[in-house]
Each structure stands twice: as structure tokens, then as C-alpha cells.
Design a protein around this ligand. Structure first.
Ligand code: AMP
Ligand code: GLY
Length: 424
């Protein structure tokens, strides 16, 4: 088969690494890819959201399957576009991708199908939004309706902070059209866990759980990022809790969408808060998480390609999926300044040393080749991933590798996975 992966971050490197292992795959392409992906696939200089060029490439190069990493092309309708051309592609349609692309859509679906989530209201004017905030008091959460690369959510600890968020989203239009509407919701207390599932719109097969670390600094301090690290499995997610999430959240989401005329095919990501009154949905994503993907795929024992084909053929019920019984950890090395402003082009060294280490793989998130050098090219630069018999074993290996890697201003959290240890 000829396979094309769309995207160019750590998640797509993990997808390329896994898909490359499939005996069914003869040629692998990635658009646009990065310097790490280039070692596994032929990188094509087409942006992940350039739908027309991607369609043309897939047609001209007789691509048998396209796998989409990021949310933006899914929300823009890449799947509908490919399907209209008779091209096989893995991911939800534009209608299904609203689950991530519009928080208002997600909230309405959850309300209609009684899926547990924070109580919320939608606003289009600042006056009404602020009046509601003053009525409810802080802490309170303000969310831009549309896609905002993880930056459109403000967990406000004071009324003034929440009002300032309303000003930035609705009035100053910091997120453009994504902020024409906003959702204000109840602040939930508890522990967060991410559960992803494969689904063909009828059958749902959950993956192993993961926990992301969204805050920039140790002890969950600082601003939210795309994700600074992850680990799997998550001790908090007991089999009983998983069953409850499947019955109360995954099943009604997929069935509810089908009743709305939407057959959801692809990966469904549910960000959950485990509260004193049970699991509640924080957000849906319509794709693999980044960096959750980097700790989940190395645990997947089965070939990913037949799973994707079963989903696309709506035969997932016949598919068996097996997982390794190990622990994985991913530590993200980011550019100094991220998630704020940072400078690209810093030379990265030490990767050869890490290649000699057992049970470690460095997924590239934002890198590029510059002559003989490998240089930084993004906020998140490397996703250093390791596996072992225990979480501590995997952590030791990952941090040993991190210590061997250098670039100017490199920043990483030193407490990835510690929360899992505390909770176990
Ligand atoms: P989201 O992108 O909606 O998952 O929000 C990003 C992060 O904000 C989540 O991972 C949580 O840490 C936090 N968050 C979002 N919604 C809530 C909520 N209702 N209560 C408490 N924290 C929240
Ligand atoms: N790690 C969170 C996300 O992929 O959105």
C-alpha cells in the first residue's frame, strides 16, 4: 500500500513510526512532515490544511490510504473532500469534526443525550456573558467556541479574570471567528484523564488510557500548552471507571451523533474530569492527542492499518486489538518561551547518543534540517518517549535520554508521571 500521513508534529511522527511497521505498507509519505519523520517517510512540502494540493497529491501518486493527524484539516472537511474524489482517508467528516471545532455543538449534543459534563451557557455578547459570570462567581471557565490550538480556554479564579477573558475572546477577537461565540461553564474539581477510542460509528473500542500534562511548568504551574508530556497506563482509570465512561459517555456520544445523522468514523478523544459525582466530559477531540499518541501507539501490539481499514469498512466489530502490558512515558522538550514567543533555529545535539539507548524513541515535534545540522522549528521540539515494565522504569529511561539532548533554551517538565505515582 501507499500511505500518506497529513501533519508534521510529534503525533504524526508516532503515526509514521507505527504505520511503517505494517507489512502491508510499501511506500510512506508525509505532508509536510519534519526532520524526524523524514527518516521514515518521504516528506512532501504541502501544508496540512492545503486540502486541494493534498487531494491532487493523493490522486497523482495513487495513495491507497491517507491518515490525518491534526484537527484543522478535519474541521475544514478534508475527509469529505477526499471521499468525493473516491480516495480512502481515515478520520471523521466535517459534520462529525464539529465535536471538536465547536464547543457549542459539543455542549448541545451532551445536553440532548444526557452526557455528563459541566453545566454551561453559550453567549454572543459580552454584557450578557459578564452578567452571568457575576451571578455565578469564580472559579469559572470561559471557552472560545472554535479551534484555538488549546489556548481558547481560560480557567478563571476571579470574576475579573473571567471578564477579561470574555473581553479578549468576544470583543478583541483574539481567536478571530473562533471567538464569535463562547461557552461559560462550571468549574469542575477532580483528576483529569484522557480516553481515546477507535470507532466506526457503531462499534467502539477504547484504547489504553493516557494522562496529558497541559501546564507549562512543574506542579501544573504556568499557562496551558498543547501538552508537555504524557504517560500510560493511568492507575486512576480502574476497569469499573472505564466501563462507566463507556456506558455513560462514549456510547451515548456515538449513538447520539448517529441519531443526528452523523456516522463518526475515526478516533474519538474524550478529555475527562473524574469528579466526586463521577466522570464528566471536559472536551472532545476528533483525532489522536498530541502527546497522548506518543505513549499510546508504542503500546499498540496490533497492526494499525487493518484497524483503520476495519473502521473505514464499518467492520470494527470483527477486529481484535491487542496492547502491550508495559508502561510508556513521553517528556516534551520545548523551545524556551513556549507557549509564548520563542526563537527557532537552535542546533539540537545528542540524538545519536540516545539512539544507542534501549527502549527509548525520540519523536520529533518541531525540527528541521539545516545543512548538516538538526535545528528547532516549533514550540514543542521533541517528544522523548520511553517504555518499561513499570512507570518508574520508563521515566528513568526517558529522563536519561532528555539529559543527553541539548539545544539552547530547552525547557521540559521534570515531574511527568509523578501524578500517576501519587494516585496509584
Ligand atoms: P479543554 O481544552 O476544554 O480540555 O480545556 C483545557 C484545560 O482546561 C483542561 O484540560 C482542564 O485542565 C481545564 N478545564 C477545562 N474545562 C474545565 C472545567 N469545566 N473545570 C475545570 N477545569 C477545566
Ligand atoms: N494533548 C491535547 C491535545 O492533543 O489536544
Amino acid at each position: 500500500m501507499r500511505v500518506l500521513i497529513v501533519g508534521g508534529g510529534g503525533r504524526e511522527h508516532a503515526l509514521a513510526w507505527k504505520i511503517k511497521q505494517s507489512p502491508r505498507v510499501r511506500e510512506l509519505y508525509c505532508a509536510p512532515g519534519n526532520a524526524g519523520i523524514a527518516r521514515l517517510a518521504q516528506c512532501i512540502p504541502i501544508a496540512a490544511d492545503d486540502l486541494e494540493q493534498l487531494v491532487a497529491f493523493a490522486r497523482d501518486h495513487q495513495i491507497d490510504l491517507t491518515v490525518v493527524g491534526p484537527e484543522a484539516p478535519l474541521a475544514a472537511g478534508i475527509v469529505d473532500r477526499f471521499q468525493a474524489e473516491g480516495l480512502a482517508i481515515f478520520g471523521p467528516t466535517k459534520a462529525a469534526a464539529q465535536l471538536e471545532a465547536s464547543k457549542v455543538f459539543a455542549k448541545q449534543l451532551m445536553a440532548k443525550y444526557q452526557i455528563p459534563t459541566a453545566e454551561s451557557r453559550t453567549f454572543t455578547t459580552a454584557t450578557e456573558a459578564c452578567a452571568y459570570i457575576r451571578e455565578k462567581g469564580a472559579p469559572i471557565v470561559v471557552k472560545a467556541d472554535g479551534l484555538a490550538a488549546g489556548k481558547g480556554v481560560v480557567v478563571a479564579t476571579t470574576v475579573a479574570q473571567a471578564e477579561a477573558a470574555v473581553q479578549r475572546i468576544l470583543v478583541d477577537q483574539e481567536f478571530g471567528a473562533s471567538g464569535h461565540r463562547l461557552v461559560i461553564e462550571e468549574y469542575l474539581r477532580g483528576e483529569e484523564v484522557t480516553l481515546l477510542a477507535f470507532t466506526d460509528g457503531t462499534t467502539i473500542i477504547p484504547m489504553v488510557a493516557a494522562q496529558d500534562h497541559k501546564a507549562a511548568y512543574d506542579h501544573d504551574a504556568g499557562p496551558n500548552t498543547g501538552g508537555m508530556g504524557a504517560y500510560s497506563p493511568v492507575p486512576l482509570l480502574t476497569p469499573e471507571l472505564q466501563q462507566q465512561i463507556e456506558a455513560e459517555i462514549l456510547r451515548p456520544t456515538i449513538d447520539g451523533l448517529r441519531q443526528e445523522g452523523i456516522v463518526y468514523q475515526g478516533v474519538l478523544y474524550v478529555g475527562l474530569m473524574i469528579t466526586a459525582s463521577g466522570p464528566k466530559v471536559l472536551e472532545y477531540n476528533v483525532r489522536f492527542g498530541d502527546p497522548e499518541c506518543q505513549v499510546i501507539l508504542p503500546r499498540l501490539q496490533s497492526d494499525l492499518i487493518p484497524i483503520i481499514q476495519a473502521i473505514n469498512g464499518q467492520k470494527l466489530a470483527k477486529q481484535s486489538i491487542t496492547w502491550h502490558d508495559n508502561h510508556t512515558v513521553c517528556v516534551v522538550m520545548a523551545s524556551g518561551g513556549y507557549p509564548g514567543a520563542y526563537t527557532n533555529g537552535k542546533i539540537i545535539t545528542g540524538l545519536e547518543q540516545v539512539e544507542a539507548m534501549a527502549d527509548v524513541y525520540v519523536f520529533h515535534a518541531g525540527t528541521t534540517a539545516q545543512g548538516e545540522d538538526l535545528v528547532t522549528a516549533g514550540g514543542r521540539v521533541l517528544a522523548v518517549t520511553a517504555w518499561g515494565k513499570t512507570r518508574q522504569d520508563a521515566l528513568d529511561k526517558a529522563y536519561k535520554a532528555v539529559q543527553a539532548i541539548h539545544f539552547d533554551g530547552a525547557h521540559y517538565r521534570t515531574d511527568i508521571g509523578r501524578r500517576g505515582t501519587r494516585l496509584s
